[in-house]
Design a protein around this ligand. Sequence first.
Ligand code: GRF
Length: 193
Amino acid sequence: MTNIQAAIFASGTGSNFEAIMNQHGSLGCEVVLLVCDNPHAPVIKKARTRGIKTFVFHPEAYETKEAYEQKIVKQLQALNVSWIFLAGYMRIVGKTILNIFEGQIVNIHPSLLPEFPGKDAIGQAFEAGVTKTGVTIHYIDEGIDTGPIIAQQELKILPEDTRETLQTRIQKIEHEIYPKIIQQLMNQTLKMK
Ligand code: GRF
């Protein structure tokens, strides 16, 4: 196996979590933790079914972002995590985590950044009437979907597309490229070691 430990942060359905875990044996890292800020998120069950440890928290239960991020950092450090993959994590990662992990936190976003950052990127692109959109994988920095881009894949918006068909086609791309890019990043990391 590998000696790189990783965590996935997610808040919702977890289809990207699942796509990554389906390739677990060939990622080049071991996903040892799911961090989730929503106790009702379906992704939690997906992790537990696979025997992945979970850290689920209620942000409202903490006085500050720093307080809950400190808890997260403790969990990550206890498990020797060096890479974080955001997969539908609906929060801005703050300084407490960034100061330790910057350059090793990756996000997937359903648009061709810098176009349509933030929430509902698929809806934003659809409403804007653009003819192409896509998927971006990028490093996280302090901004909203502003960090250095690692990879992008374009997708034509077809005249017959609805918001739903567009979403389905975008997610299909996400599920293909996220595990692939993780694998490439892990290979580079291994080579540098
Ligand atoms: C994905 O579209 C991802 O690009 C965005 O949030 C969505 C998460 O979906 N950041 P899922 O929970 O992985 O199904």
